[in-house]
Design a protein around this ligand. Structure first.
Ligand SMILES: [Zn+2]
Length: 322
């Protein structure tokens, strides 16, 4: 008991030393259409796909843990050729968003993931023409999806497709329709990574296994730091309110580099693979889960992230001040 109390104090000390507060954490929620019960994700123990009818219940847990920001990832029941169901007013994210606003008003800061890969047959983050992802023809679709999320009540739209010009295009569309206050979180540095695979297992299980979808033409390679700076600069110029870096832990140098160069708000995502590694090793008894969670998140904060999206958010909140 005494040892546990000392350990908890140490965790609090570490997180406090890097300036971590509850408000810096964002909890991701997968909302699944067409299901009645929570769907467990084998590769992510403790994380479930939440059916629309249980979203209120799930959000009460988040609020009770002291977390005030969430990001919604939609998992639709069906896909179509172009992913156009993503902008449907009755789509999974739009329905979840409307329900959250009705039940919780403005208690929560809600971010919605804007992409097409969960909604189309290809699993690519853009429209596919002649076996290639077509950047420019995707922009209009992305803008319409973002607008539909804003109309449903999203505070922040998180543009995760990595299409060039997405911030400019979405910003223009939001402004034209009177949603100047909706913020844009741009995935400026979404690196090509195997660490997204547990999430993909959850969201893409019907169409692929692990990383069989090649996204190398638009996601960033680890080998090119100059491209990273260009992408960030472009998104800032186009009007992003915050830039996103993912995966988190393998990008500490990148977060630090962006912070030094631009002094601009940065969000980092501690992605599903980072979560799964810690959970798996802890399940086998190879590591003590708690200090790993604490130091992982502390290191991402210390590198310069202003906000951290993590599946550990609710667990860590107990060590944090408001
Ligand atoms: Zn995508």
């Amino acid at each position: 008991m005494q040892t546990q109390l000392l350990a908890d104090l140490e965790y609090k000390k570490i997180l406090d030393a890097v300036g971590m507060r509850k408000k810096h954490l964002i909890f991701p929620i997968f909302v699944q259409e067409g299901q009645q019960e929570e769907g467990q994700i084998i590769t992510m123990p403790g994380i479930a796909k939440t059916p629309l009818k249980k979203i209120t219940q799930q959000i009460h847990k988040v609020i009770n843990a002291g977390i005030s920001s969430i990001v919604i990832f939609g998992i639709p029941e069906n896909r179509d050729m172009k992913g156009s169901i993503a902008l449907n007013k009755d789509g999974v994210v739009q329905k979840a968003m409307a329900q959250i606003r009705k039940e919780f008003g403005n208690m929560l800061n809600v971010i919605t993931d804007v992409c097409v890969c969960q909604y189309n047959f290809s699993g690519q983050c853009g429209l596919v023409n002649n076996n290639k992802v077509d950047n420019d023809s995707t922009l209009e679709l992305i803008s319409k999806i973002a607008l539909s999320h804003a109309e449903a009540g999203a505070d922040v739209v998180a543009l995760s497709s990595m299409m060039d010009g997405q911030v400019y295009s979405v910003k223009k569309s939001l402004k034209r329709h009177g949603f100047q206050k909706t913020k844009i979180l741009s995935h400026s540095v979404k690196q090509l990574s195997s660490l997204y695979s547990p999430f993909r297992t959850a969201a893409f299980s019907k169409i692929c296994q692990f990383n069989t979808i090649d996204k190398s033409s638009y996601q960033i390679a680890y080998t090119n730091p100059r491209q990273i700076l260009r992408e960030v600069q472009t998104d800032i110029n186009e009007g992003a309110d915050m830039v996103m870096v993912k995966p988190g832990l393998p990008s500490l140098d990148v977060i630090c580099m962006i912070k030094e160069k631009f002094a601009f708000p940065i969000a980092a995502q501690n992605v599903s693979g980072e979560y799964a590694m810690i959970k798996a090793a802890a399940t086998y008894g190879w590591i003590d889960e708690e200090p790993w969670k604490v130091t992982t998140i502390a290191s991402i904060k210390r590198a310069g992230a202003d906000r951290i999206i993590s599946y550990f958010s609710m667990d860590l909140s107990k060590y944090l001040e408001d």
